[in-house]
Design a protein around this ligand. Structure first.
Ligand code: SAH
Length: 495
């Protein structure tokens, strides 16, 4: 007999569920859970808070209905009743609705109330816990909220109290007597009062404290102080305040502050499908990444000639590799011809499909590839790539007597830019361009390139910038995405 595992039981439970209360973590997109990403990617409707990683929504379906319930017209918070009503209505209509909240949905997130409303309406739901700010912001500041010998308990407390209120809901006596770490959410404007009350009720004014602003985000800022001096700290939301001996461990264990691109904002204009690798690398180095894809890849309906008719196959971009393999399906079709690529990125895309390129030029531009192929005799070459590809390689091959066929597998088209995305990109410290088409399309969509400093991947992209009257502030010596990142670190980084 096969008995159902806990997993199976969970899956059965999930059968009629279409409403999800999902935690998005404290800000670093790397702290989204696998389940959160899976549900975001599937959702018909996403109702999200303001304090969620912007990158979380990049996982959403292009046709998903994404509603920011964190604010209305840039100001007021959507009333809770309205959010709850939307959630219930979508769930009743059988839509997959993800209610996406910062941190954990059940920690000061009003997720409990929303769950009650769903239950009352008879809607089945699932709760996806998230990494809560009180633990994560502290951790990113090098503060373990519990520590053997220093704190064997931790309390999460809301510091959000209306100072006008006569009666305080917080039992300060009990809180002051709590034998462990206190982590205050909200209430950065109440720091003086929190300190005053805790000290008045017997907590030591010299006790270590720390305020972690924008924890886990590249702009994270930590102020280390003592409880008695918390009132002097100027901090802006979102921030958590840690009171307790563990706060002093920040001095020893802080690990994030040294990121080379900390405090530097970088707009990434590559196509969405390719941006994530570049964005992740920049983020890992501490940069604030603004993803504003200027282009999109559009596959073209082409008849691919038989590869065995050629003795040279030239691939000029990772997209070209993807598209080619979509056409041939079987990698063995590439077994015949010599395979030449434009650079290491294209070589890596091929390698991921189990094909090792024969020719990879040291300079990742058409001229570099033409040089690398010079002196070798080819009878017939097929060049597969973007519709707007340059003619350097085909011209060089033709003048060496090779019969050349060029097949355009895809073209790059403009991706529309919202006003908000435009403002964020132009407000960034740097804008990165990984191709001439990204330059042209971004310029066309944004109407200008004024604002950010301009980082170009290589000479062709730089030429496109110059054509528009802009001298690049940086050109990567190594014309690859990694080279672009390295050049940014050298030029924009702190060391
Ligand atoms: N459900 C959330 C908390 C929502 S209340 C969670 O589990 O984290 C909002 C408060 O969370 C903010 O006022 C702030 O105190 C805290 N917070 C959220 N994101 C934060 C961040 N990145 N850094 C520091 N504090 C944060």
């Amino acid at each position: 007999m096969v008995s159902p595992s806990k997993r199976d039981i969970l899956d059965v439970h999930r059968l009629g569920v279409t409403a999800y209360l999902v935690g998005a973590g404290p800000g670093d997109p790397g702290l989204l859970t696998a389940r959160a990403i899976e549900l975001i990617a599937r959702a018909d409707v996403i109702l999200h808070d303001r304090l969620i990683p912007v990158e979380a929504l990049a996982h959403a379906r292009p046709d998903a209905d994404i509603v920011d319930v964190g604010k209305v017209g840039g100001g007021e918070q959507t009333p809770q009743e309205q959010t709850t009503r939307l959630l219930v209505e979508h769930a009743l209509a059988g839509r997959e609705v993800v209610r996406l909240k910062g941190g954990d949905p059940f920690v000061f997130g009003r997720g409990g109330e929303e769950a009650q409303a769903l239950r009352a309406a008879g809607c089945a739901f699932e709760v996806v816990p998230g990494v809560t700010a009180g633990v994560a912001a502290a951790a990113y500041a090098g503060i373990p909220v519990t520590h053997r010998g220093l704190a064997s308990a931790v309390a999460f407390v809301t510091g959000h109290e209306d100072p006008g209120k006569e009666e305080t809901a917080i039992d300060w006596g009990a809180l002051a007597a709590f034998p462990g770490t206190l982590v205050f959410y909200m209430g950065v404007r109440q720091l003086a009062r929190i300190a005053e009350q805790l000290v008045a009720h017997g907590r030591d004014a010299d006790e270590p404290a720390a305020v972690v602003e924008r924890g886990t985000l590249p702009e994270q800022r930590v102020v280390r102080t003592a409880l008695g001096r918390l009132g002097e700290v100027e901090a802006r939301a979102p921030a958590v305040t840690v009171v307790g001996a563990v706060a002093a461990l920040h001095d020893e264990l802080a690990w994030l502050a040294t990121a080379p691109l900390a405090g530097v904002s970088v707009a990434v204009t590559r196509a969405r499908a390719q941006a994530s690798g570049l964005a992740a690398k920049l983020r890992a180095l501490g940069a604030t990444v603004v993803e504003t894809p200027a282009i999109r890849i559009e596959p073209l309906d082409v008849e691919l000639p038989r590869l065995s008719d050629y003795d040279l196959l030239v691939l000029t971009s990772p997209n070209g590799v993807e598209e080619l393999l979509r056409h041939v399906r079987d990698a063995r079709a590439l077994a015949g011809p010599t395979v030449a690529v434009i650079g290491p990125g294209t070589a890596a895309a091929l390698r991921a499909r189990g094909v090792e390129a024969d020719v990879v030029p040291s300079r990742a531009v058409g001229e570099g590839l033409a040089e690398a192929l010079a002196g070798r005799a080819f009878r017939r070459a097929l060049i597969a790539g973007a519709q707007e590809a340059r003619d350097v390689v085909p011209d060089a091959l033709r003048s060496a007597g090779t019969e050349v066929d060029v097949v355009a597998l895809y073209r790059t088209v403009a991706e529309p830019l919202s006003d908000e995305a435009r403002a964020r990109a132009l407000g960034a410290d740097w804008a990165t361009f990984a191709s001439a088409s990204a330059v042209r399309h971004f310029h066309a969509a944004a109407g200008t390139l004024d604002g950010p400093r301009l980082a170009s991947i290589g000479p062709i992209t730089s030429a496109a910038l110059r054509e528009l009257g802009h001298e690049p502030d940086l050109e990567a010596p190594d014309h690859t995405p990694d080279g672009l990142v390295a050049a940014l670190v050298t030029t924009a980084g702190r060391g």
